[in-house]
Design a binder for this molecule. Sequence first.
Ligand code: MN
Length: 436
Amino acid sequence: MMLERNETHDPALKSWVDSANQPDCDFPIQNLPFAVLRRKGSNESFRGAVAIGDQALDLAAVAALELYDGELQHSLEACAQPALNHFMSLGAERWHELRLELSRMLRKDSPRQAALGGCLIPLDQVEYRVPCRIGDYTDFYTSIHHATNVGRLFRPDNPLLPNYQWIPIGYHGRSSSIEVSGHELRRPWGQTKAPDAEQPSFGPCKRLDYELEVGIYIGTGNALGEAIPIEQAESHVFGYCVFNDWSARDLQAWEYVPLGPFLAKNFASTISPWIVTQEALIPFRRPWSRDPADPQPVDYLDSEQNRAQGALDIRLEVAMDTRAMREQGLAPQRLGRSSFVDSYWTTAQMVAHHTVNGCNLQPGDFFGSGTQSGASDDALGSLLELTRGGKQPIELPGGETRTFLEDGDRVIMRAWCEAEDARHIGFGNAEATVRD
Ligand code: MN
C-alpha cells in the first residue's frame, strides 16, 4: 500500500463552510477528522461526526438523509453508531471512499450544500466521548531522546539498554482509564520508597507527570496467529490523536522492577477528541532512516516503503497553567515542542512488531507512541526530563515554580501538521486538570 496524495489533499480546495477556509483553521476540508459527540448537556445518542471549520458534520443526520446507497450508505450508518469500531473494521478502501465523498459534499459549490446545512452542529455546542471501544492499549517507547534522557537519570554510565535499538519497546497498558479531553483526574495514591528509606510509605503521588505522545488507532485487525507484515502495516492504521499518558514517577520507581509499569500508568490517560485519519496525514509523511552507526532494522521491521515514507511529521506541543495563573488571567506556559518525525521507530514497525508473534490486533485498539522528546532542551515531552528528575524546578509566569504537577494544574497538549505544499491541519487539544 503506497500512501499517495489524491484530490482530497489539494491545498486549493475550499469549503462552503466559510470558517474552514481561514488559513490557521485546524479543520479545513483537507483534514476531515472523526469524533463521537452529541449536543452538550443533551440526552441525545452519541454518534460519529467529522469536523469542518468551526462545525461538526453529524454523520447520523447525514445517514438519515439516505442520499446514497450501497457501500457509502453502509459506511455512513456505521459512523452513526455511538462508537466507530464497525466503521474502523470496514478497511482502508471504505475509509477512502467516504473521505472522498465527504470532501466532495463539503466543497464550495457542491450540489449537496442545501441538503447538508441542517446536519451541522457548532463545535462550541458539543461534548465528546472516547470515539471507539478501545479493547487493548499498548504503550511504546519510541523516542530515543526520551529513552536516553530517562535512562541517564537511573544509569548515568549506561543510559540506553541494548535491546532499544533492535525492538520497539512497549508494554500492555490499560484502556479503561483513557478519557477524552476536558476531564479532571484524581491524584493517584500508592506505595513509594525513597532510596534511603528502609520501608515504603503510602500516600498521594508526589511526582505526578505528563507524557507528550501521539495516539494511534488500529482500524482493521489480524487473526490470532497471523502476523501483519510491515508492507501491509499502514493499511491497518485508522488514524491518530494527541495523547497525554499521565505518569506517577515515584510509584513507578518502586514498582517497575521486574515486570514494568503498573499503577504508575493505569490511573489516567487523556486523548484529544478527534481522530485525524491516516489518509489526511499523507502530505506529512517523510522518509525514515536509521543512523548508519546504529544497528539497521532486522528484516521484519524493514521495508522499502517504510524507508521511503514511514515517518510522520506530526508536531507536538505541551503547555500548562496553574490555578493561580488562571485566576490572574495568565496564558498557559509552553513547556516543550517536538515532532513524531524524530521517532526512532515508525508506526509500521510498531504494528509489525506487535503482531510478529501472532498477537491479534482488533478494530479500535490503541497505541501510545511513548513520550516524544527531541534532541534539544526545548523539545522535552515530560517534566521528569525538563526538571532533570525533579532537581531543577521550572519557573512559571506569576512566579510559581514546579518540579512535578500540583493540584489545580492543567496540562494542555496540541498537535498539528504543516508543510510547504499542503494545507495546515490540526488535531485539537488533549487537556485535563489535576483535581484540587
Ligand atoms: Mn507513556
